[in-house]
Design a protein around this ligand. Sequence first.
Ligand code: G6P
Length: 628
Amino acid sequence: MCGIVGYIGPREAGEFLVEGLRRLEYRGYDSAGIAVVEGGRVGVSKTTGRVDALNRQLLLDPLPGHVGIGHTRWATHGAANDENAHPHVGGMGAVAIVHNGVIENYAVLREGLESEGYVFQSETDSEVIAHLIANCLERQMAGVSVGVSETEIRRNPHATLVAAVRTALAQLRGTYGLAIVFRDFPDVMIAARLGSPLVVGVGHDEHFVASDALPLSGYTEKIVYLADHQLAVVTAKTLRVVHREFGAVKPSVEVLQVDTGDRTLNGFDHYMLKEIHEQPESIRNAMRGRLDIENATATFGGLNLTPQQLSSINRIILTGCGTSWHAGLLGEYLIEEWARIPVEVEYASELRYRNPPVDPNTLVFAISQSGETADTLGAIREMKRTGHRTLAICNVVASSIAQEADGGVFLHAGPEIGVASTKAYSAQCMVLAMLALYFGRMRHLGFEAGRQIIDDFQQIPQKMQEALSTNAQVQRVAQKYRDASNFLYLGRQYNFPTALEGALKLKEISYVHAEGYPAAEMKHGPIALVDAQTPSVFIVPQGFVYDKVMANLEEVKARGGPVIAVVQDGDSRVAQVADDVITVPKVSEPLQPLINVVPLQLLAYHVALLRGCDVDKPRNLAKSVTVE
Ligand code: G6P
Protein backbone atom coordinates (compact mmCIF):
# COMPACT_ATOMS: atom_id res chain seq x y z
CA MET A 1 0.00 0.00 0.00
CA CYS A 2 1.70 3.28 0.93
CA GLY A 3 1.18 6.65 -0.70
CA ILE A 4 3.31 8.08 -3.47
CA VAL A 5 3.71 11.64 -4.73
CA GLY A 6 6.00 13.24 -7.28
CA TYR A 7 6.50 16.72 -8.67
CA ILE A 8 8.39 18.42 -11.48
CA GLY A 9 7.97 22.08 -12.35
CA PRO A 10 8.57 25.61 -11.08
CA ARG A 11 7.22 25.16 -7.51
CA GLU A 12 9.28 24.14 -4.51
CA ALA A 13 8.82 20.38 -4.85
CA GLY A 14 9.03 19.77 -1.10
CA GLU A 15 5.97 21.88 -0.36
CA PHE A 16 3.73 19.95 -2.74
CA LEU A 17 5.21 16.63 -1.64
CA VAL A 18 4.53 17.18 2.06
CA GLU A 19 1.00 18.46 1.42
CA GLY A 20 0.36 15.51 -0.91
CA LEU A 21 1.66 13.02 1.67
CA ARG A 22 -0.64 14.45 4.32
CA ARG A 23 -3.57 13.69 2.03
CA LEU A 24 -2.27 10.18 1.42
CA GLU A 25 -1.63 9.24 5.05
CA TYR A 26 -4.79 7.12 5.00
CA ARG A 27 -2.70 4.62 3.00
CA GLY A 28 -0.20 4.14 5.79
CA TYR A 29 1.67 6.14 8.36
CA ASP A 30 4.57 4.00 9.57
CA SER A 31 7.15 6.37 8.10
CA ALA A 32 7.41 9.20 5.59
CA GLY A 33 10.08 10.67 3.35
CA ILE A 34 10.94 12.76 0.33
CA ALA A 35 13.82 13.00 -2.15
CA VAL A 36 14.59 16.17 -4.10
CA VAL A 37 17.10 16.53 -6.93
CA GLU A 38 19.15 19.70 -6.73
CA GLY A 39 22.72 20.81 -7.43
CA GLY A 40 23.97 17.48 -8.74
CA ARG A 41 22.72 15.40 -5.81
CA VAL A 42 19.60 13.67 -4.62
CA GLY A 43 18.76 14.99 -1.15
CA VAL A 44 16.74 12.62 1.01
CA SER A 45 14.86 13.33 4.22
CA LYS A 46 12.93 10.51 5.88
CA THR A 47 11.77 9.47 9.28
CA THR A 48 9.79 6.90 11.20
CA GLY A 49 6.30 8.06 12.07
CA ARG A 50 3.91 10.56 10.57
CA VAL A 51 4.15 13.20 7.87
CA ASP A 52 4.12 15.80 10.66
CA ALA A 53 7.42 14.40 11.93
CA LEU A 54 8.86 14.62 8.41
CA ASN A 55 7.66 18.19 8.10
CA ARG A 56 9.35 19.16 11.37
CA GLN A 57 12.57 17.59 10.09
CA LEU A 58 12.29 19.53 6.81
CA LEU A 59 11.70 22.81 8.61
CA LEU A 60 15.04 22.36 10.36
CA ASP A 61 16.83 21.02 7.31
CA PRO A 62 14.97 21.96 4.12
CA LEU A 63 15.40 20.27 0.75
CA PRO A 64 15.01 22.98 -1.89
CA GLY A 65 14.54 21.97 -5.53
CA HIS A 66 11.98 21.57 -8.25
CA VAL A 67 11.83 17.86 -8.88
CA GLY A 68 11.15 15.31 -6.21
CA ILE A 69 9.28 12.28 -4.94
CA GLY A 70 7.65 11.41 -1.62
CA HIS A 71 6.23 8.44 0.23
CA THR A 72 4.18 7.51 3.27
CA ARG A 73 4.69 3.89 4.23
CA TRP A 74 2.69 0.95 5.51
CA ALA A 75 5.39 -1.60 6.23
CA THR A 76 5.37 -4.89 4.32
CA HIS A 77 9.01 -6.05 4.21
CA GLY A 78 11.12 -4.75 7.05
CA ALA A 79 10.23 -2.95 10.27
CA ALA A 80 8.86 0.58 10.43
CA ASN A 81 12.16 2.41 11.00
CA ASP A 82 14.21 5.20 9.42
CA GLU A 83 16.32 2.87 7.25
CA ASN A 84 13.31 1.14 5.76
CA ALA A 85 11.49 4.42 5.11
CA HIS A 86 11.30 5.49 1.45
CA PRO A 87 12.71 7.02 -0.73
CA HIS A 88 15.42 4.48 -1.39
CA VAL A 89 18.57 5.44 -3.20
CA GLY A 90 20.40 3.19 -5.65
CA GLY A 91 23.84 3.10 -7.25
CA MET A 92 25.72 5.55 -4.99
CA GLY A 93 23.04 8.18 -5.18
CA ALA A 94 22.30 8.10 -8.92
CA VAL A 95 18.65 7.07 -8.57
CA ALA A 96 15.94 7.52 -5.94
CA ILE A 97 12.66 5.66 -5.93
CA VAL A 98 9.44 5.44 -3.96
CA HIS A 99 7.50 2.22 -4.27
CA ASN A 100 4.03 0.95 -3.54
CA GLY A 101 3.46 -2.80 -3.87
CA VAL A 102 5.43 -5.96 -3.20
CA ILE A 103 8.42 -7.32 -5.15
CA GLU A 104 8.17 -11.06 -4.79
CA ASN A 105 11.60 -11.95 -6.23
CA TYR A 106 13.51 -9.27 -4.33
CA ALA A 107 15.68 -11.77 -2.43
CA VAL A 108 17.16 -13.27 -5.61
CA LEU A 109 17.65 -9.86 -7.19
CA ARG A 110 19.28 -8.53 -4.03
CA GLU A 111 21.72 -11.40 -3.92
CA GLY A 112 22.74 -10.75 -7.53
CA LEU A 113 23.17 -7.03 -6.97
CA GLU A 114 25.11 -7.51 -3.74
CA SER A 115 27.49 -9.83 -5.55
CA GLU A 116 28.09 -6.98 -8.02
CA GLY A 117 29.01 -4.68 -5.14
CA TYR A 118 25.74 -2.81 -4.49
CA VAL A 119 25.37 -1.97 -0.82
CA PHE A 120 21.90 -2.17 0.69
CA GLN A 121 20.84 0.10 3.51
CA SER A 122 17.43 -1.39 4.33
CA GLU A 123 15.54 -4.66 4.71
CA THR A 124 12.86 -3.64 2.23
CA ASP A 125 11.93 -5.33 -1.00
CA SER A 126 11.76 -1.85 -2.56
CA GLU A 127 15.43 -0.92 -2.31
CA VAL A 128 16.25 -3.60 -4.84
CA ILE A 129 14.40 -1.55 -7.47
CA ALA A 130 16.62 1.48 -6.88
CA HIS A 131 19.83 -0.52 -7.29
CA LEU A 132 18.47 -2.48 -10.22
CA ILE A 133 17.58 0.69 -12.13
CA ALA A 134 21.00 2.17 -11.27
CA ASN A 135 22.61 -1.03 -12.50
CA CYS A 136 20.65 -1.04 -15.77
CA LEU A 137 21.44 2.64 -16.24
CA GLU A 138 25.16 2.04 -15.76
CA ARG A 139 25.00 -0.76 -18.31
CA GLN A 140 23.07 1.35 -20.79
CA MET A 141 25.50 4.24 -20.39
CA ALA A 142 28.39 1.86 -20.90
CA GLY A 143 26.65 0.56 -24.01
CA VAL A 144 26.38 -2.98 -22.64
CA SER A 145 22.69 -3.69 -23.07
CA VAL A 146 21.61 -0.66 -25.01
CA GLY A 147 19.39 -1.27 -28.02
CA VAL A 148 18.99 2.54 -28.12
CA SER A 149 20.39 4.05 -31.31
CA GLU A 150 22.27 7.34 -31.63
CA THR A 151 19.37 8.71 -33.72
CA GLU A 152 16.89 7.77 -31.00
CA ILE A 153 18.98 9.50 -28.35
CA ARG A 154 19.19 12.64 -30.51
CA ARG A 155 15.41 12.55 -30.96
CA ASN A 156 14.73 11.78 -27.32
CA PRO A 157 17.48 12.63 -24.84
CA HIS A 158 15.83 10.46 -22.19
CA ALA A 159 15.82 7.33 -24.37
CA THR A 160 18.71 5.70 -22.49
CA LEU A 161 17.03 6.40 -19.19
CA VAL A 162 13.72 4.98 -20.29
CA ALA A 163 15.42 1.91 -21.75
CA ALA A 164 17.22 1.32 -18.44
CA VAL A 165 14.00 1.59 -16.43
CA ARG A 166 12.16 -0.72 -18.84
CA THR A 167 14.94 -3.28 -18.59
CA ALA A 168 14.89 -3.12 -14.80
CA LEU A 169 11.10 -3.39 -14.57
CA ALA A 170 11.13 -6.45 -16.80
CA GLN A 171 13.09 -8.27 -14.08
CA LEU A 172 10.61 -7.56 -11.29
CA ARG A 173 7.98 -10.09 -10.20
CA GLY A 174 5.16 -8.67 -8.14
CA THR A 175 3.39 -5.33 -8.08
CA TYR A 176 4.56 -1.77 -8.21
CA GLY A 177 3.54 1.82 -8.37
CA LEU A 178 6.82 3.69 -8.74
CA ALA A 179 8.12 7.22 -8.97
CA ILE A 180 11.78 7.63 -9.88
CA VAL A 181 14.15 10.60 -10.03
CA PHE A 182 17.74 10.73 -11.25
CA ARG A 183 20.73 12.68 -9.95
CA ASP A 184 22.19 13.21 -13.42
CA PHE A 185 18.89 13.92 -15.20
CA PRO A 186 17.27 16.62 -13.04
CA ASP A 187 14.81 17.57 -15.76
CA VAL A 188 12.86 14.30 -15.77
CA MET A 189 10.86 12.00 -13.52
CA ILE A 190 9.57 8.54 -14.42
CA ALA A 191 6.50 6.85 -12.98
CA ALA A 192 5.52 3.24 -13.62
CA ARG A 193 2.60 1.04 -12.73
CA LEU A 194 1.91 -2.66 -12.45
CA GLY A 195 -0.95 -3.67 -10.18
CA SER A 196 -0.70 -0.59 -7.99
CA PRO A 197 -2.55 2.55 -9.07
CA LEU A 198 -0.74 5.65 -10.25
CA VAL A 199 -1.98 8.91 -11.75
CA VAL A 200 -0.25 11.81 -13.46
CA GLY A 201 -1.58 15.33 -13.03
CA VAL A 202 -1.01 17.65 -15.97
CA GLY A 203 -0.47 21.25 -14.90
CA HIS A 204 0.69 24.41 -16.62
CA ASP A 205 4.42 23.79 -17.21
CA GLU A 206 4.41 21.28 -14.35
CA HIS A 207 3.48 17.65 -13.72
CA PHE A 208 2.42 15.76 -10.64
CA VAL A 209 2.45 12.06 -9.86
CA ALA A 210 0.44 10.36 -7.12
CA SER A 211 -0.86 6.98 -6.09
CA ASP A 212 -4.39 8.38 -6.30
CA ALA A 213 -5.99 11.62 -7.35
CA LEU A 214 -6.50 13.07 -3.87
CA PRO A 215 -3.19 14.99 -3.65
CA LEU A 216 -3.83 16.62 -7.04
CA SER A 217 -7.06 18.32 -6.13
CA GLY A 218 -6.52 22.08 -6.08
CA TYR A 219 -3.35 21.77 -8.20
CA THR A 220 -4.73 20.54 -11.51
CA GLU A 221 -7.93 19.14 -12.92
CA LYS A 222 -6.28 17.28 -15.78
CA ILE A 223 -5.36 13.77 -14.93
CA VAL A 224 -3.98 10.70 -16.71
CA TYR A 225 -4.62 7.29 -15.13
CA LEU A 226 -1.71 4.99 -15.95
CA ALA A 227 -2.62 1.44 -16.88
CA ASP A 228 -0.64 -1.65 -15.90
CA HIS A 229 2.74 -1.94 -17.66
CA GLN A 230 2.72 1.75 -18.56
CA LEU A 231 5.46 4.25 -17.75
CA ALA A 232 5.03 8.01 -17.69
CA VAL A 233 8.10 10.01 -18.62
CA VAL A 234 7.49 13.54 -17.41
CA THR A 235 9.40 16.78 -17.63
CA ALA A 236 7.96 20.10 -16.49
CA LYS A 237 6.51 20.69 -19.95
CA THR A 238 6.06 17.24 -21.48
CA LEU A 239 4.36 13.94 -20.74
CA ARG A 240 5.08 10.75 -22.65
CA VAL A 241 3.39 7.46 -21.84
CA VAL A 242 5.14 4.27 -22.89
CA HIS A 243 4.04 0.64 -22.61
CA ARG A 244 6.90 -1.31 -21.05
CA GLU A 245 7.01 -3.72 -23.99
CA PHE A 246 5.18 -2.14 -26.87
CA GLY A 247 6.32 1.50 -26.84
CA ALA A 248 4.50 4.82 -27.08
CA VAL A 249 0.87 5.12 -25.96
CA LYS A 250 -1.38 8.15 -26.47
CA PRO A 251 -2.28 9.41 -22.99
CA SER A 252 -5.92 10.03 -22.38
CA VAL A 253 -6.41 13.12 -20.23
CA GLU A 254 -9.48 13.04 -17.99
CA VAL A 255 -11.05 15.61 -15.72
CA LEU A 256 -10.26 15.12 -12.05
CA GLN A 257 -13.24 13.90 -10.04
CA VAL A 258 -12.36 14.00 -6.37
CA ASP A 259 -14.91 14.36 -3.66
CA THR A 260 -13.10 17.08 -1.74
CA GLY A 261 -16.08 17.17 0.71
CA ASP A 262 -15.75 18.31 4.28
CA ARG A 263 -12.36 17.28 5.66
CA THR A 264 -12.43 19.40 8.81
CA LEU A 265 -13.12 18.05 12.30
CA ASN A 266 -16.04 20.42 12.58
CA GLY A 267 -15.77 20.72 16.34
CA PHE A 268 -15.37 16.99 17.04
CA ASP A 269 -12.28 15.62 18.76
CA HIS A 270 -11.74 12.90 16.19
CA TYR A 271 -12.78 12.11 12.64
CA MET A 272 -14.23 8.81 13.81
CA LEU A 273 -16.60 10.56 16.22
CA LYS A 274 -17.52 13.11 13.58
CA GLU A 275 -18.19 10.37 11.04
CA ILE A 276 -20.33 8.39 13.50
CA HIS A 277 -22.42 11.53 13.97
CA GLU A 278 -22.65 12.15 10.22
CA GLN A 279 -24.51 8.88 9.68
CA PRO A 280 -28.06 10.23 9.62
CA GLU A 281 -26.96 12.61 6.87
CA SER A 282 -24.92 10.08 4.93
CA ILE A 283 -27.85 7.64 4.99
CA ARG A 284 -30.06 10.41 3.59
CA ASN A 285 -27.47 11.02 0.87
CA ALA A 286 -27.27 7.32 0.04
CA MET A 287 -31.07 7.23 -0.42
CA ARG A 288 -31.43 10.57 -2.20
CA GLY A 289 -33.11 10.15 -5.59
CA ARG A 290 -33.10 6.37 -5.27
CA LEU A 291 -36.53 5.67 -3.76
CA ASP A 292 -39.32 5.32 -6.29
CA ILE A 293 -42.42 5.60 -4.11
CA GLU A 294 -44.83 5.38 -7.03
CA ASN A 295 -43.54 1.95 -8.01
CA ALA A 296 -42.62 0.91 -4.47
CA THR A 297 -39.02 0.18 -5.48
CA ALA A 298 -35.55 1.66 -5.66
CA THR A 299 -33.86 3.07 -8.76
CA PHE A 300 -30.18 3.12 -9.65
CA GLY A 301 -28.67 5.13 -12.48
CA GLY A 302 -25.39 3.30 -12.92
CA LEU A 303 -25.98 -0.44 -12.92
CA ASN A 304 -25.52 -0.53 -16.70
CA LEU A 305 -27.53 -3.76 -17.03
CA THR A 306 -30.29 -4.38 -19.54
CA PRO A 307 -33.73 -5.49 -18.23
CA GLN A 308 -32.99 -8.95 -19.71
CA GLN A 309 -29.67 -9.17 -17.87
CA LEU A 310 -31.33 -8.07 -14.64
CA SER A 311 -34.16 -10.54 -14.81
CA SER A 312 -31.88 -13.45 -15.70
CA ILE A 313 -29.70 -13.05 -12.58
CA ASN A 314 -29.94 -16.24 -10.55
CA ARG A 315 -27.11 -15.77 -8.10
CA ILE A 316 -25.26 -12.87 -6.53
CA ILE A 317 -21.74 -12.80 -5.12
CA LEU A 318 -20.92 -10.00 -2.71
CA THR A 319 -17.22 -9.55 -2.13
CA GLY A 320 -15.08 -7.20 -0.06
CA CYS A 321 -12.71 -7.00 2.89
CA GLY A 322 -13.00 -6.00 6.55
CA THR A 323 -15.99 -3.84 7.34
CA SER A 324 -17.16 -3.94 3.73
CA TRP A 325 -17.37 -7.73 3.98
CA HIS A 326 -19.57 -7.34 7.07
CA ALA A 327 -21.91 -5.07 5.10
CA GLY A 328 -22.01 -7.82 2.49
CA LEU A 329 -23.19 -10.32 5.13
CA LEU A 330 -26.15 -8.11 5.97
CA GLY A 331 -26.75 -7.72 2.23
CA GLU A 332 -26.97 -11.50 1.95
CA TYR A 333 -29.72 -11.68 4.58
CA LEU A 334 -31.69 -8.87 2.96
CA ILE A 335 -31.36 -9.91 -0.68
CA GLU A 336 -32.25 -13.52 0.06
CA GLU A 337 -35.19 -12.43 2.20
CA TRP A 338 -36.72 -9.88 -0.16
CA ALA A 339 -35.53 -10.96 -3.60
CA ARG A 340 -35.13 -14.72 -3.06
CA ILE A 341 -31.89 -14.68 -5.05
CA PRO A 342 -29.18 -16.94 -3.61
CA VAL A 343 -26.28 -14.83 -2.35
CA GLU A 344 -22.75 -15.74 -1.39
CA VAL A 345 -20.47 -13.43 0.52
CA GLU A 346 -16.81 -13.99 -0.25
CA TYR A 347 -13.68 -12.50 1.23
CA ALA A 348 -12.12 -10.85 -1.81
CA SER A 349 -8.72 -12.24 -0.85
CA GLU A 350 -10.15 -15.77 -1.07
CA LEU A 351 -12.33 -15.26 -4.11
CA ARG A 352 -9.47 -13.99 -6.26
CA TYR A 353 -7.50 -17.22 -5.95
CA ARG A 354 -10.36 -19.68 -5.79
CA ASN A 355 -11.91 -21.22 -8.80
CA PRO A 356 -15.56 -21.42 -7.80
CA PRO A 357 -18.11 -22.58 -10.36
CA VAL A 358 -19.81 -19.35 -11.43
CA ASP A 359 -22.47 -19.50 -14.12
CA PRO A 360 -23.10 -16.66 -16.59
CA ASN A 361 -26.17 -15.39 -14.73
CA THR A 362 -24.18 -14.65 -11.59
CA LEU A 363 -23.76 -10.99 -10.74
CA VAL A 364 -20.73 -9.93 -8.72
CA PHE A 365 -20.77 -6.88 -6.46
CA ALA A 366 -17.48 -5.54 -5.09
CA ILE A 367 -18.06 -3.59 -1.89
CA SER A 368 -15.32 -1.12 -0.98
CA GLN A 369 -15.30 2.25 0.73
CA SER A 370 -12.01 3.34 -0.81
CA GLY A 371 -12.38 1.53 -4.11
CA GLU A 372 -8.64 0.81 -3.90
CA THR A 373 -8.40 -2.35 -1.79
CA ALA A 374 -5.99 -4.59 -3.71
CA ASP A 375 -7.75 -7.87 -2.90
CA THR A 376 -11.16 -6.54 -3.90
CA LEU A 377 -9.72 -5.14 -7.12
CA GLY A 378 -8.01 -8.48 -7.76
CA ALA A 379 -11.27 -10.35 -7.17
CA ILE A 380 -13.28 -8.30 -9.65
CA ARG A 381 -10.51 -8.56 -12.23
CA GLU A 382 -10.60 -12.33 -11.89
CA MET A 383 -14.40 -12.35 -12.21
CA LYS A 384 -14.24 -10.06 -15.25
CA ARG A 385 -11.58 -12.24 -16.81
CA THR A 386 -14.00 -15.14 -16.69
CA GLY A 387 -16.66 -13.05 -18.39
CA HIS A 388 -18.83 -12.06 -15.44
CA ARG A 389 -20.47 -8.73 -14.98
CA THR A 390 -19.06 -6.91 -11.97
CA LEU A 391 -20.66 -3.98 -10.19
CA ALA A 392 -19.08 -1.77 -7.53
CA ILE A 393 -20.52 -0.37 -4.33
CA CYS A 394 -17.95 2.32 -3.60
CA ASN A 395 -17.62 5.60 -1.79
CA VAL A 396 -14.70 7.10 -3.70
CA VAL A 397 -15.86 8.11 -7.14
CA ALA A 398 -12.63 8.12 -9.17
CA SER A 399 -11.28 4.98 -7.49
CA SER A 400 -9.79 2.01 -9.32
CA ILE A 401 -12.63 -0.38 -8.44
CA ALA A 402 -15.27 2.16 -9.49
CA GLN A 403 -13.47 2.57 -12.80
CA GLU A 404 -12.86 -1.08 -13.51
CA ALA A 405 -16.32 -2.40 -12.64
CA ASP A 406 -18.97 -2.52 -15.34
CA GLY A 407 -21.25 -0.28 -13.31
CA GLY A 408 -22.36 0.24 -9.75
CA VAL A 409 -23.72 2.39 -6.99
CA PHE A 410 -21.89 5.17 -5.17
CA LEU A 411 -22.43 5.57 -1.44
CA HIS A 412 -22.30 9.40 -1.38
CA ALA A 413 -21.17 9.18 2.26
CA GLY A 414 -18.58 11.94 1.79
CA PRO A 415 -14.89 11.54 2.65
CA GLU A 416 -14.27 9.04 5.43
CA ILE A 417 -10.98 9.90 7.14
CA GLY A 418 -11.00 7.83 10.37
CA VAL A 419 -9.28 4.53 9.63
CA ALA A 420 -12.09 2.54 11.27
CA SER A 421 -15.02 2.65 8.85
CA THR A 422 -18.32 3.89 10.31
CA LYS A 423 -20.45 6.01 8.03
CA ALA A 424 -19.31 4.10 4.95
CA TYR A 425 -20.42 0.85 6.62
CA SER A 426 -23.92 2.09 7.34
CA ALA A 427 -24.16 3.60 3.85
CA GLN A 428 -23.09 0.24 2.36
CA CYS A 429 -25.80 -1.50 4.40
CA MET A 430 -28.34 1.05 3.20
CA VAL A 431 -27.36 0.65 -0.46
CA LEU A 432 -27.52 -3.13 -0.15
CA ALA A 433 -30.97 -2.83 1.45
CA MET A 434 -32.11 -0.70 -1.49
CA LEU A 435 -30.67 -3.22 -3.93
CA ALA A 436 -32.53 -5.99 -2.09
CA LEU A 437 -35.77 -4.03 -2.51
CA TYR A 438 -34.98 -3.37 -6.18
CA PHE A 439 -34.26 -7.00 -7.00
CA GLY A 440 -37.20 -8.08 -4.82
CA ARG A 441 -39.65 -5.85 -6.65
CA MET A 442 -38.43 -7.27 -9.98
CA ARG A 443 -39.41 -10.69 -8.68
CA HIS A 444 -41.73 -11.81 -5.90
CA LEU A 445 -42.05 -8.81 -3.61
CA GLY A 446 -45.52 -7.27 -3.75
CA PHE A 447 -46.36 -3.58 -4.07
CA GLU A 448 -47.59 -3.23 -0.48
CA ALA A 449 -44.51 -4.94 0.94
CA GLY A 450 -42.31 -2.66 -1.19
CA ARG A 451 -44.14 0.43 0.07
CA GLN A 452 -43.72 -0.71 3.66
CA ILE A 453 -40.00 -1.22 3.16
CA ILE A 454 -39.67 2.28 1.70
CA ASP A 455 -41.52 3.71 4.72
CA ASP A 456 -39.11 1.81 6.95
CA PHE A 457 -36.11 3.14 5.01
CA GLN A 458 -37.31 6.69 5.42
CA GLN A 459 -37.36 6.39 9.19
CA ILE A 460 -33.72 5.34 9.43
CA PRO A 461 -31.97 8.76 9.46
CA GLN A 462 -34.15 10.10 12.29
CA LYS A 463 -33.86 6.89 14.32
CA MET A 464 -30.09 6.90 13.82
CA GLN A 465 -30.04 10.44 15.11
CA GLU A 466 -31.88 9.24 18.22
CA ALA A 467 -29.46 6.30 18.58
CA LEU A 468 -26.61 8.82 18.79
CA SER A 469 -28.06 10.08 22.03
CA THR A 470 -26.92 6.82 23.68
CA ASN A 471 -23.45 8.42 23.74
CA ALA A 472 -23.43 9.31 27.46
CA GLN A 473 -24.79 5.88 28.40
CA VAL A 474 -22.16 4.17 26.24
CA GLN A 475 -19.43 6.32 27.75
CA ARG A 476 -20.36 5.02 31.23
CA VAL A 477 -20.26 1.43 29.98
CA ALA A 478 -16.86 2.06 28.38
CA GLN A 479 -15.56 3.48 31.65
CA LYS A 480 -16.72 0.36 33.50
CA TYR A 481 -15.12 -2.14 31.11
CA ARG A 482 -12.12 -0.13 29.86
CA ASP A 483 -9.61 -2.58 31.33
CA ALA A 484 -11.15 -5.80 30.03
CA SER A 485 -8.77 -7.73 27.77
CA ASN A 486 -11.42 -9.77 25.94
CA PHE A 487 -14.94 -9.02 24.73
CA LEU A 488 -17.52 -11.22 23.06
CA TYR A 489 -20.07 -9.68 20.66
CA LEU A 490 -23.13 -11.81 20.07
CA GLY A 491 -26.14 -11.39 17.81
CA ARG A 492 -28.38 -13.52 15.67
CA GLN A 493 -29.72 -13.33 12.13
CA TYR A 494 -29.64 -9.74 10.82
CA ASN A 495 -27.58 -8.80 13.86
CA PHE A 496 -24.90 -11.43 13.48
CA PRO A 497 -23.05 -9.13 11.02
CA THR A 498 -23.57 -6.30 13.53
CA ALA A 499 -21.85 -8.40 16.20
CA LEU A 500 -18.91 -9.00 13.86
CA GLU A 501 -18.70 -5.32 13.03
CA GLY A 502 -18.90 -4.26 16.70
CA ALA A 503 -16.05 -6.65 17.57
CA LEU A 504 -13.94 -5.46 14.63
CA LYS A 505 -14.37 -1.81 15.65
CA LEU A 506 -13.15 -2.55 19.17
CA LYS A 507 -10.17 -4.57 17.92
CA GLU A 508 -9.17 -1.99 15.34
CA ILE A 509 -9.00 1.08 17.51
CA SER A 510 -8.58 -0.06 21.12
CA TYR A 511 -6.37 -3.14 20.52
CA VAL A 512 -8.64 -5.21 22.76
CA HIS A 513 -9.31 -8.75 21.69
CA ALA A 514 -12.96 -9.14 20.67
CA GLU A 515 -14.81 -11.96 18.96
CA GLY A 516 -18.06 -11.56 17.07
CA TYR A 517 -20.21 -14.69 16.95
CA PRO A 518 -23.72 -15.82 16.13
CA ALA A 519 -25.23 -15.83 19.65
CA ALA A 520 -26.22 -19.49 19.58
CA GLU A 521 -22.95 -20.67 18.07
CA MET A 522 -21.18 -19.26 21.12
CA LYS A 523 -21.86 -22.42 23.06
CA HIS A 524 -19.70 -24.37 20.59
CA GLY A 525 -16.46 -22.80 21.78
CA PRO A 526 -16.33 -19.15 22.78
CA ILE A 527 -18.41 -19.86 25.90
CA ALA A 528 -15.20 -21.32 27.31
CA LEU A 529 -13.85 -17.75 27.38
CA VAL A 530 -16.66 -16.51 29.60
CA ASP A 531 -15.56 -15.42 33.05
CA ALA A 532 -16.08 -12.43 35.34
CA GLN A 533 -13.49 -10.40 33.43
CA THR A 534 -14.90 -11.01 29.94
CA PRO A 535 -17.87 -8.84 29.03
CA SER A 536 -20.32 -10.09 26.40
CA VAL A 537 -22.09 -7.52 24.28
CA PHE A 538 -25.47 -8.96 23.32
CA ILE A 539 -27.60 -7.42 20.58
CA VAL A 540 -31.16 -8.25 21.57
CA PRO A 541 -33.75 -6.51 19.40
CA GLN A 542 -37.41 -7.54 19.60
CA GLY A 543 -38.47 -9.95 16.92
CA PHE A 544 -38.31 -13.49 15.71
CA VAL A 545 -35.18 -14.61 17.58
CA TYR A 546 -35.63 -12.51 20.74
CA ASP A 547 -36.35 -15.45 23.05
CA LYS A 548 -33.52 -17.45 21.56
CA VAL A 549 -31.00 -14.66 22.14
CA MET A 550 -32.35 -14.25 25.67
CA ALA A 551 -31.60 -17.91 26.31
CA ASN A 552 -28.01 -17.40 25.11
CA LEU A 553 -27.71 -14.34 27.32
CA GLU A 554 -28.84 -16.36 30.34
CA GLU A 555 -26.22 -18.97 29.49
CA VAL A 556 -23.51 -16.34 29.80
CA LYS A 557 -24.96 -14.93 33.02
CA ALA A 558 -25.15 -18.44 34.48
CA ARG A 559 -21.38 -18.66 34.03
CA GLY A 560 -20.66 -15.37 35.75
CA GLY A 561 -19.97 -13.33 32.60
CA PRO A 562 -20.88 -9.64 32.66
CA VAL A 563 -23.46 -8.76 29.98
CA ILE A 564 -23.88 -5.48 28.13
CA ALA A 565 -27.11 -5.57 26.11
CA VAL A 566 -28.26 -3.39 23.24
CA VAL A 567 -32.06 -3.45 23.35
CA GLN A 568 -34.94 -1.63 21.72
CA ASP A 569 -37.06 1.05 23.26
CA GLY A 570 -39.75 -0.46 25.50
CA ASP A 571 -37.79 -3.58 26.47
CA SER A 572 -37.90 -4.21 30.21
CA ARG A 573 -37.05 -7.90 30.32
CA VAL A 574 -33.36 -7.74 29.42
CA ALA A 575 -32.60 -5.18 32.14
CA GLN A 576 -33.56 -7.78 34.75
CA VAL A 577 -30.73 -10.04 33.66
CA ALA A 578 -28.06 -7.91 31.96
CA ASP A 579 -25.52 -5.85 33.89
CA ASP A 580 -25.71 -2.88 31.55
CA VAL A 581 -28.38 -1.98 29.05
CA ILE A 582 -28.13 0.44 26.13
CA THR A 583 -31.50 1.33 24.66
CA VAL A 584 -31.87 2.27 20.99
CA PRO A 585 -34.96 3.22 18.98
CA LYS A 586 -37.02 0.56 17.31
CA VAL A 587 -37.19 0.16 13.52
CA SER A 588 -38.31 -2.75 11.35
CA GLU A 589 -36.46 -5.97 12.15
CA PRO A 590 -34.31 -6.27 8.99
CA LEU A 591 -33.13 -2.66 9.34
CA GLN A 592 -32.41 -2.81 13.07
CA PRO A 593 -28.66 -3.47 12.40
CA LEU A 594 -28.34 0.08 11.05
CA ILE A 595 -29.44 1.41 14.44
CA ASN A 596 -27.72 -1.17 16.65
CA VAL A 597 -24.31 -0.54 15.15
CA VAL A 598 -24.30 3.07 16.40
CA PRO A 599 -23.75 2.32 20.14
CA LEU A 600 -21.21 -0.35 19.18
CA GLN A 601 -19.21 2.20 17.17
CA LEU A 602 -19.43 4.59 20.12
CA LEU A 603 -18.36 1.86 22.56
CA ALA A 604 -15.22 1.13 20.54
CA TYR A 605 -14.52 4.87 20.32
CA HIS A 606 -14.81 5.49 24.05
CA VAL A 607 -12.86 2.40 25.10
CA ALA A 608 -10.06 3.40 22.71
CA LEU A 609 -10.05 6.94 24.04
CA LEU A 610 -9.94 5.78 27.66
CA ARG A 611 -7.05 3.46 26.86
CA GLY A 612 -5.13 6.33 25.27
CA CYS A 613 -5.18 4.94 21.72
CA ASP A 614 -4.86 6.98 18.54
CA VAL A 615 -8.48 6.65 17.42
CA ASP A 616 -8.14 7.97 13.88
CA LYS A 617 -4.82 6.33 13.07
CA PRO A 618 -4.68 3.04 14.96
CA ARG A 619 -1.38 1.18 15.01
CA ASN A 620 -0.56 -1.23 12.20
CA LEU A 621 -3.65 -0.37 10.15
CA ALA A 622 -4.28 1.79 7.13
CA LYS A 623 -7.45 3.14 5.64
CA SER A 624 -6.79 1.73 2.24
CA VAL A 625 -4.95 -1.54 1.80
CA THR A 626 -3.40 -1.53 -1.63
CA VAL A 627 -1.26 -4.64 -1.23
CA GLU A 628 -2.66 -8.13 -1.19
C1 G6P B 1 -8.81 -1.76 5.72
C2 G6P B 1 -9.47 -0.81 6.68
C3 G6P B 1 -10.86 -1.34 7.05
C4 G6P B 1 -11.67 -1.58 5.79
C5 G6P B 1 -10.97 -2.52 4.82
C6 G6P B 1 -11.66 -2.58 3.48
O1 G6P B 1 -8.50 -2.94 6.38
O2 G6P B 1 -8.69 -0.63 7.83
O3 G6P B 1 -11.51 -0.38 7.85
O4 G6P B 1 -12.91 -2.11 6.13
O5 G6P B 1 -9.64 -2.05 4.58
O6 G6P B 1 -11.57 -1.33 2.87
P1 G6P B 1 -12.48 -0.85 1.68
O7 G6P B 1 -11.97 0.53 1.34
O8 G6P B 1 -12.28 -1.81 0.55
O9 G6P B 1 -13.88 -0.83 2.15
